[in-house]
Structures are given as structure tokens and as C-alpha cells.
Write a protein that binds this ligand. Sequence first.
Ligand code: HEC
Length: 298
Amino acid sequence: MQQVKYILFTLVAIVVLNACSPADGDFAGSEYMPDMGHSIAYEANVYTDYSLNTWEDASTIPYRQGAIAKEPVTGTVPRGYAGAYFSDIERREEIMAMLNGEDGVNSINVPVNGSVPYYYEDTEEERTRAIAEIIENPYPITEAGLEKGEELYNIFCGICHGEAGNGLGYIANPDENPNYKYPAAPANFLLEEFTNASNGRYYHSIMYGKNVMGAYKDKISYEERWQVIHWIRHLQAEELDKEYSEDANTLNPEFGTPMSQMSRMASAATDMEPTMAPAQEAPAEEGDHGSDDHSSGH
Ligand code: HEC
């Protein structure tokens, strides 16, 4: 019995003493099960030869090499600039070179970090101003954009406004959700009032919400907001048996320009200032463009 006590005591003493051995010189000290208690600092965008990076035996890229400044992947479109990218199919390479700072000896690649300014406050007057002033969707209508808009709409808006846009999402639909207690009816986008409303009404609501509806500006990016708006237009067009797609927009040409019309616009506008904004009218016949009164009409 006595012996067992001594053995136990000795074992405990060894463990305790070992646990306390201090770090010294090249010896980092002992620690039982450090698990992830200490991370290897990853210095982003800094040249470093931090010598304690010890992960890489098995990996193909030494960690040390991974910790240096990175170039964006070739062809990266800065956030908020997809509109420029799509604005002119024929000049894409040129536009990319400009965005990536390759178009001149002294040009600098300034990464755009996704923050697109919004010049309207969260007040009723400013809401009215936004509705009056924000007309065009800066992104053309594309197949891929509509797909993305649909997905985002169903994630962020459909629960209230309904996947069909009729204001009868699960949260406010007594048939689907008999216990519903949502205090206000979500807008029905299929009503004439909303079909006729300018894009600003949607954009402003996404930025600030309205009454019980919260804001979505921190949840969906600039481009995503506009794709969601394209999708709402698409739902409205469907309701009215009209088209709102990459090929045609028979809902209202003010709301968005189909991708298929972008290149025609670009070639018809070679002698005009390049612009990111879609034209208000469908392009006229080739012959029309030479005449002075037509160009002054814009
Ligand atoms: C949690 C429920 C909810 C979600 C999610 C939601 N909304 Fe709403 N939304 C509402 C309600 C409720 C109203 C009515 C507010 C009012 O008029 O008082 C409304 C109103 C609106 C309006 C009309 C504002 C006006 O000018 O009258 C728009 C546009 C709108 N929402 C867009 C969106 C979009 C786009 C999304 C997704 C990004 C979204 N909403 C997500 C509940 C929601």
C-alpha cells in the first residue's frame, strides 16, 4: 500500500515538474496538448521570412511563400465595376486593362473594395428623391445575373415578399403559416404601383429597409442588389405576360437593358462618349445616327 503511494507521488511529481519547465534559449518549453492554443501568425500582404512557419513539410507551397503580397487573379473585376465590364463586349480587354492599371506607364492599380457610395439619407424626403433620380439599372440584363438575382431574392426577400413577388411569403401567408404574427404586410411587387415604380424605390428599400423591413445593404453587395432588382422586374414581366430577359425587355425599357442590345449600342455609339449607362431608347437605324438633330436629341 505504502509503495503504491510513493509510486503515485513520484509520478505526479514528474508530471508537475515537467509541466513547469520554463522556456529558455532555443527551448520553447513543454506544454501538454497545446492544440490550437497558439496560431502561426499569418501576415497578409507583407514580405516576411518569419522562420517559425512549420506547416509546410507536406504541402506543395511553402507557407513562407504563401505569406507574401498577392496579385489578384488575372481578369479579376473589381467589386462594383462589373457594370463597366459588361458595358461593351468588344472593348472588354481594354476596359480590364484600365481597371487593372495596365493601360499606361504611370497608371496604378487601385483595388476597388466594394464600397459604392450612396448619396441618399434614410429620410422620407430622400426616399422621394432616390425614387425620382435612380432610374437605370447599371447592369445589363443577363441570363447569369437573373439566375443570381433569383437565388438572392429567394434567400433574402422571398420569405416575406413571396417567391412570386406577390407579398405572400411564408412569414405573412396564413395558408402556409397559420400562426403568423408578422405585424405588417410585405409589399406586393405585382401591383401596378410597384410595377410602375422606378428602380430607386427598390434600391432605396434595400439600402435602408422600410418600417418593419430591415436594411439589406450589409448583406448583399452593390452588384447583388441590382441583380435582385432585375429579378423582381422579371417576376413583374412574367405576371404581365411580358419579357424581361437577356434577349428583350418589353416590360419597360427604362428598367434595364438586355445584354443582347449592349453590343449594338456600343457599335452604334462609337462617336459618342463611352458611357456605363444604358441608353434610354432602343438604337435607331444605322442611317439615323449621322444626322445632327438625332445626336442633339440625347
Ligand atoms: C422580414 C420581412 C421582409 C424581408 C425579408 C424583406 N422585406 Fe421588403 N418589405 C417588408 C415589409 C413588411 C414591407 C412594407 C413596409 C411598409 O410599407 O411599411 C416591405 C416593403 C418593401 C418595399 C416597398 C417599399 C416602398 O417604397 O413602399 C420594397 C421595394 C421591398 N420591401 C424590397 C425588398 C427586397 C428587395 C428585399 C430583399 C433584399 C426585401 N424587401 C426583404 C418586409 C420584408
